[in-house]
Design a binder for this molecule. Structure first.
Ligand SMILES: C[S@@+](CC[C@H](N)C(=O)[O-])C[C@H]1O[C@@H](n2cnc3c(N)ncnc32)[C@H](O)[C@@H]1O
Length: 202
């Protein structure tokens, strides 16, 4: 495996020493994304909030220092769960896959994920699970880097499933979400804002 593919595997599932290093680098290169997500999330106090694929838990720490909500998270990497839990002792973090969320229906007011959708094994299944555990009128923020930008990076040649914004919007609408797109960082990054709009009877 060449060095670029190795880094790609660490972004996909950070593990061990180099996994730790990779997530520290992410904390630097993703800082605009963290700010954009915080803005569009519009967190209030006393909400149930889920981070999918939290990495080293940097953003959970930032948000939970500001908002007195209940923070939950799942990540596929056991090593990341350990590191993030240390940083966030009161958050409820566990190892898990977006395809199979171990939460009851209609539980979260807010769900977000940053730079993880490229690694999901089944996009529709992941979105369906998020839709299921989100409350009516709840919001899911899917924050991504554009396909055009990712295509320029050698680390994304393997290990990454790159989607266009249009593809993600369509997949989210197919699951029942009402979708709005917010670009930031000169169209290099996007927040795909998915609302679970309550359906009126009849
Ligand atoms: C590129 S890192 C992003 C970390 C953090 N969200 C950020 O933007 O700084 C991707 C994270 O998603 C996790 N991940 C990958 N596939 C996942 C899946 N199917 N379900 C849950 N987490 C997943 C990885 O373990 C890793 O921590």
């Amino acid at each position: 495996m060449n060095i670029f593919d190795y880094i790609g595997t660490q972004f996909r599932k950070p593990t061990g020493f180099w996994g730790n290093v990779s997530t520290l680098i992410m904390n630097i290169i993703n800082r605009n994304q963290y700010k954009a997500v915080e803005k569009v999330l519009e967190l209030k106090q006393d909400e149930n909030v889920l981070d999918i694929g939290f990495g080293n838990g940097f953003i959970i720490k930032k948000l939970s220092d500001k908002y007195k909500s209940s923070f939950y998270g799942i990540d596929i990497s056991e090593d990341m769960v350990k590191i993030a839990q240390k940083k966030n002792p009161t958050a409820k973090l566990s190892q898990g896959d977006v395809n199979n969320l171990n939460f009851s229906e209609n539980f979260f007011e807010k769900i977000y994920t940053m730079n993880t959708v490229y690694f999901w094994s089944d996009l529709s299944k992941g979105l369906e699970e998020i839709f299921r555990v989100l409350k009516d009128n709840g919001v899911f923020i899917n924050s991504i880097k554009s396909k055009e930008f990712l295509n320029k990076l050698p680390i994304t040649r393997n290990n990454f499933e790159k989607y266009t914004v249009k593809e993600l919007v369509k997949a989210s609408e197919n699951c029942g979400f009402s979708v709005e797109v917010k670009p930031f960082s000169k169209d290099r990054e996007y927040c795909i804002i998915c609302r679970k709009v309550r359906k009126l009877n009849g």
